[in-house]
Write a protein that binds this ligand. Structure first.
Ligand code: GRF
Length: 214
C-alpha cells in the first residue's frame, strides 16, 4: 500500500474528501505550515498523525523547505499531496519529489494561475471555468495536468457561488487522481510528460451557453 502525506494550510476540505474516499493508500500524515489550520483538528480526530512546520520560524524559503522535507520524509511517503498548501515551493524541494508531488488548483490551467481565480474568471466574463489536478514543477501552477473539470459560469454567479461549485468538483477529481497515482495508472515520465492509462474520455463538449435546439 502506498504511503501518502497531505500538506494543508487551512480549511482542509480537499484533505477531508481524500480521507472520505477510503483510498487504496495509507494517509501517513497531514502536515501544515500553520498551527491553526482547521484541517489539522479533523485529521487528528480521524486518528491521523499531524505535524506543524511553521514558515514563520524560517526567514529563508530554502530553510523552511528543507525543514518541511525532513518532516515529510520521516513518514516515508510515496506521494505528497498539496491540498490548499499556500506556500511557494523552491526548485530543490520540487525536484526532490519529482513525479510524487501533486496539487489541485481552482482554475482550468494554464488559465488563471495564482490567487483569486474565481474573481478573475468572473471579471473576464468567461463562460467556462473549472479546476485542475497537476504534477508540481518549479513553474508555479504550470505542471503537467492529470485531470480537469470544466463547468459553466452562470449569469448570476458570484465569487462565492462559483467557488462552491468548483470546490464540489475538486472533491470529486482529487481522490480520483490520487487513486490513479496509487495504482500506477498515471505517472510522470522522464521527460515530464503525464503517462496515463485512463482512456475513458467524454464524448460530449461543454458549450456554454448551450446551443439553441433546432
Ligand atoms: C482549494 O480551492 C484548492 O483548489 C486550492 O486551495 C483551496 C483549498 O481548500 N489550492 P481546502 O483547504 O482544501 O478546503
Amino acid at each position: 500500500m502506498k504511503n501518502i502525506v497531505i500538506l494543508i494550510s487551512g480549511r482542509g476540505s480537499n484533505m477531508q474528501a481524500l480521507l472520505a474516499a477510503k483510498l487504496e493508500g495509507h494517509i501517513a500524515a497531514v502536515i501544515s505550515n500553520k498551527s491553526d489550520a482547521h484541517g489539522l483538528l479533523f485529521a487528528q480526530q480521524h486518528g491521523i498523525a499531524t505535524a506543524v512546520v511553521s514558515h514563520t520560524n524560517y526567514p529563508e524559503r530554502e530553510r523552511f523547505d528543507a525543514a518541511l522535507a525532513e518532516v515529510i520524509d520521516s513518514f516515508a511517503p510515496d506521494f505528497v499531496i498539496l491540498a490548499g498548501f499556500m506556500r511557494i515551493l523552491t526548485p530543490d524541494f520540487v525536484a526532490h519529489y519529482q513525479g510524487r508531488l501533486i496539487n489541485i488548483h481552482p482554475s482550468l490551467l494554464p488559465a488563471y494561475t495564482g490567487l483569486h481565480t474565481h474573481a478573475r474568471a468572473l471579471a473576464d466574463g468567461v463562460k467556462i471555468h473549472g479546476c485542475t489536478v497537476h504534477f508540481v514543477t518549479a513553474d508555479l501552477d504550470h505542471g503537467p495536468v492529470i485531470i480537469q473539470v470544466a463547468i459553466a459560469v452562470l449569469p448570476d454567479d458570484t465569487e462565492h457561488t462559483l467557488s462552491a461549485r468548483i470546490l464540489h468538483e475538486e472533491h470529486r477529481i482529487y481522490p480520483q487522481a490520487v487513486r490513479w497515482l496509487c495504482s500506477g495508472q498515471v505517472k510522470l515520465d522522464a521527460n515530464g510528460k503525464v503517462i496515463s492509462q485512463c482512456h475513458n474520455l467524454p464524448a460530449q463538449a461543454l458549450i456554454s451557453p448551450a446551443l439553441d435546439l433546432p
